[in-house]
Design a protein. Structure first.
Ligand code: BGP
Length: 474
């Protein structure tokens, strides 16, 4: 079997991402207030796999010192997590909680002490419940409160954090909370969704404005889940149009204002024509224009395949779905546990899109990974899990990323999802993603085969790929 060696650029960031709500646990300890997740779980535990809620997620709050040592052992030179708003400022606004300041200070210092670069994100789906009660992202009061939270983080930790991001996948709370019912507050209303998306975008730009005022030595970006929309038939104009509109709503609604400082005209035209343009103030547009990102994080898991609307559907409220249908491509390679298509070439396509249409801004893969149910099947005698399927998944995606880098894409790193098995929202602990297995009984950790693979990759800055996994579109 031939193997190919893909060498990555010097100084490439290798590591993984997690988030506060999915890994810290201690959900209501030391003064942390409830997020929408804590609240929703209390109300409807049956919406969560095996009825496992967010209370004890992977216990990073207690075990961070040992966990960070494990990150080092599996080759991390960088690591992302998030600061939970509800932990740092339990009332949503006002003074920070000293216990939380102590935790985040200690955690950041422990990461740095291992020679690992911390990337800190400020919002990962974790709206404090007290802020949701004020209207969540529909409310401009909450926008101001978020900006205050962001500023507090910059003041407290900005001396050590050089890579900030304002949001992780800001479109997901829009989809989950206001369109398709997989996040609280479980609303289905496209007009309200558009307002939520707009206010989130404004919050990001306002937080960036605060960061710039402080003249700190670091950079700030945003993390977007760019799921390319592929038309069913590239020769069918209506399929192509449907895919383009889907891309406008779910990718470009954050990508364009974040990188270019303005919204795509076609998106504005559609929202205006349909009478669902969000409320905005004239000066907002200057804030968005003048506060674009320094770098882009891209989470990529799966492509989206789209076809034209096949039959009239009647919606009682405005929904973006009036413009397209989802399409399951026959023969697609699937991750059956998550129901997501595996399509590594999309990483190359994303990279080329950023290179050709977004000024080749510097960017990195901020999440990519494969969740698998029942990994116990692959446990060996020495107790470790032999997750060759995960290594193959990473190899294949990295080979495609490498091809784009060779062609000039400005990509500076690759973070997998995730280091330690963590809590996955409604899916709780159903699918495991980690380089390190977590036993939910006694919370013990055990490095999987993929953890050793990452160490090798990061030490050599090289990915060795079997020929059968190489990109076949050279
Ligand atoms: C991304 C989120 C992560 C993580 C991941 C895996 O969308 O940023 O928080 O959860 O997806 O997906 P899931 O947990 O839904 O399986």
């Amino acid at each position: 079997m031939t193997k190919k060696f893909y060498q990555f650029p010097e100084g490439f960031w290798w590591g993984s991402a997690t988030s506060g709500p999915q890994s810290e646990g201690a959900a209501l300890e030391d003064g942390k207030s409830a997020t929408i997740w804590d609240y929703w779980y209390e109300k409807e535990p049956e919406r969560f796999f095996d009825q496992v809620g967010p209370k004890d997620t992977s216990t990073f709050y207690k075990n961070y010192k040992d966990d960070i040592k494990l990150l080092k052992e599996v080759g991390h030179n960088s690591f992302r997590t998030s600061i939970q708003w509800a932990r740092l400022i339990p009332d949503g606004t006002g003074e920070p909680n000293p216990k939380a300041v102590e935790f985040y200070n200690n955690m950041i210092d422990a990461v740095l002490a291992e020679g690992i670069e911390p990337f800190i994100n400020l919002f990962h789906f974790d709206m404090p419940m007290c802020m949701q009660e004020k209207g969540g992202w529909e409310s401009r009061e909450v926008v101001d409160a978020y900006v205050h939270f962001a500023k507090t983080c910059f003041e407290l930790f900005g001396d050590r954090i050089k890579h900030w991001t304002t949001f992780n996948e800001p479109i997901v709370p829009v989809e989950g909370g206001y369109l398709y019912d997989f996040h609280y507050p479980n609303v289905r209303d496209g007009k309200r969704a558009a307002q939520v998306a707009y206010n989130t975008m404004l919050s990001s730009a306002k937080a960036i404005a605060e960061y710039r005022k402080m003249n700190l030595d670091g950079e700030i970006g945003i993390i977007l889940n760019l799921t390319p929309s592929y038309p069913r038939d590239e020769k069918d104009e209506e399929d192509v149009k449907a895919a383009r509109i889907r891309d406008l709503f779910f990718n470009r609604s954050f990508l364009d204002p974040s990188v270019k400082g303005y919204y795509p005209e076609e998106l504005i035209d559609i929202l205006k024509k349909d009478g669902v343009l969000p409320y905005y103030e004239e000066e907002d547009l200057d804030v968005i224009k003048n506060n674009t990102i320094d770098f882009l994080g891209v989470n990529y898991y799966q492509p989206v395949r789209i076809k034209k609307k096949e039959k009239e559907e009647s919606f009682d409220v405005w929904m973006p779905d009036k413009y397209f249908d989802n399409y399951q491509m026959p023969g697609a390679k699937m991750n059956p546990y998550r129901g997501w298509e595996i399509f590594p070439k999309a990483i190359y396509d994303i990279a080329k899109n950023v290179q050709d249409n977004y000024g080749n801004i510097k960017w990195f893969i901020s999440e990519n990974g494969m969740g698998v149910e029942g990994e116990e099947r692959f446990r060996k005698e020495d107790g470790s899990i032999e997750d060759d399927y995960r290594i193959e998944f990473y190899d294949e995606h990295l080979a495609n990323l490498h091809k784009a880098i060779e062609e000039g894409s400005n990509c500076f790193g690759y973070h997998a999802w995730t280091a330690m098995d963590c809590w996955s929202w409604n899916n709780a602990y159903k699918n495991r993603y980690g380089f390190i297995g977590v036993d939910l009984g006694d919370q013990s950790r055990k490095i999987k085969k993929s953890g050793h693979w990452l160490k090798q990759v990061s030490d050599t800055n090289t990915v060795v790929v079997d020929d059968k996994l190489m990109p076949d579109y050279e």
